[in-house]
Design a protein around this ligand. Sequence first.
Ligand code: SAM
Length: 595
Amino acid sequence: MAAARGGCAMLGARLRAGGLSRASWRWRVSPPGPSTTSVLPKRASAAAVSSRALESDAVGVCVTPRPRERRRSRVLRASRAVSESRAESRETQGESYLETASRPSRFQESSWGDPEAVEVLLQTMRIQWSHGYPDTPRGYDRLTHGFHEYPAGMQAAAADRCLDCLPGTSLLDPFCGSGTSVVVGMTRGYRGFGVDVSPLAAFVAAHRAWRPARGEETLDAMREIARAATGAAEMEEAAARLLREERAERSGGEEEENARDGATAAALKNGGGAGAVPRDWRPTHSALSEYLSRSNGDDDGKDAAKEHPLVAAAEPGVPGALRFCLSVALQRSQKGRGKRRPYKRQRKKNAEKLETAETAETALTPGQLEAAARFRDVVDEYCGRVSGLVRAVDADVPRATIYNEDVRDLRLPTRVDAVLTSPPYPGVYDYLSFARKVRAGSGNATVVARSTCSDQPAIEPPTAKDAKDVVAGSEGYFRAAVPADRAWPAEWTQGEIGARKTLRSDPHAFKAVWQAEQEGWLTVVASSLKPGGRAAVMVGDGANIDTRASVLAAGEACGLVGVASVTMALTHEMEDGRVWNAARKEHLVLLEKPL
Ligand SMILES: C[S@@+](CC[C@H](N)C(=O)[O-])C[C@H]1O[C@@H](n2cnc3c(N)ncnc32)[C@H](O)[C@@H]1O
């Protein structure tokens, strides 16, 4: 998202240079929404639009501009969104985000249903559209929100406001993604259940919701282990080990390549055990893996006696949390690094560095040392954020449970009072493909032992629901090897609903498939809710589907009645009368299970 914002700033600069005038813009009321209010500000301006809404390229368009005009419209709306959100933040300095959300926004809002619920839903959407994701607004605790990138997240402060129209003490998010609603729910006293088909989402949600049983003691141990695992001697050893492995693979690799063994060749190209981990990060990755794997005495044949005392004494969740931090550090290091080839001089430097490393047996490059330092910083930041979460949640609130499976297969052990979720938008993302990309970039499989620990958010595998088979923390995520030949296991490729690739594979059938998918997951929601329970669903249009109508219809088919809904839109009209939506419409729909 930050990258998207950076892009907006650049476009804004280009716009100013081109001297395009804002005066050529006027506002027009969008076609009547679901019903009642349609609030259109007199002042023709837009604050920051929900970053999810801005990710549109398949929005409902009144008149489709030609490609060049479309590009220009993107330039204009990006510049407007950025400069005016800054102006607005200057204007509203000193005002809390909740006060701001209690007034009509500059977006086109429409609503329907129970007035009390509408008020809460409207404020929720104003917060979502004004503050986007992943940063939380000033005055709202960051906790673990936004730690580890995940696409299309819900704004935590918006989720918090939405809980005001949901009853009870237990909460399910059937598309939990990075776990925003589960974490927010915990801070409000709900027992949280999160479900997501993506192993990456389960991995992120489980670590964002982590509340170590021994609190600060565990976090101190985690910092200490990070330092010990990436100490000078461990890093030197890891660098030497990698060098040896690389040399052995290279000599073996020639033979393999001669034998035209595609999979082996690809594995060698990946850099063997380090997978697609950038070169600078390999010693850190290897040193940490080696340090932690010694604690897995049972499953992979390692000698339990060799356990590092620090790891052995730590809570079982610590190794997973450290791997999670490494994944965050890797993700941050790769951010904004497109596919651009380095310039010639840089390439020469890189080659020299490599040569020095190869001849010096164990020499660590400055980049490798810096990577280790950055990893330790990420661990410090994570520990600080987890510590904030522990303080924010009452000790008697039960720990969250995360299920890594297709929600349509879910059978919750208990019924819940409320559902707060944001399902995939039709044909917009490929979440599993994103998950595979991130997994491939975090190194080849580390064989990790299964552990059953009650003090860590549990990720339950689809087949085994008994407590013994609960997979803790990142183990499910790291158990899957990165296949060199792209033959990923089923859990990395199947079950996603509303995927862009489904739209592309058969655009004509998509609408019917989408509707059937909605009924599929809403049937599970209906059976998981207690009578009188409520479900809030935040969803956006795509592939020419009105998702508000679609969710209400599917809900009704599953025995859930519509209570209220709000819709946010942003429509532009040019001087010559052409009109188009600048961002996809987003809806928040409230459903209820009758008593
Ligand atoms: C819009 S994102 C949710 C983001 C989340 N609210 C957050 O704050 O991070 C939608 C999620 O639905 C998940 N998903 C897609 N199909 C699913 C299915 N059949 N069962 C469970 N989750 C699914 C995707 O993996 C994705 O994480």
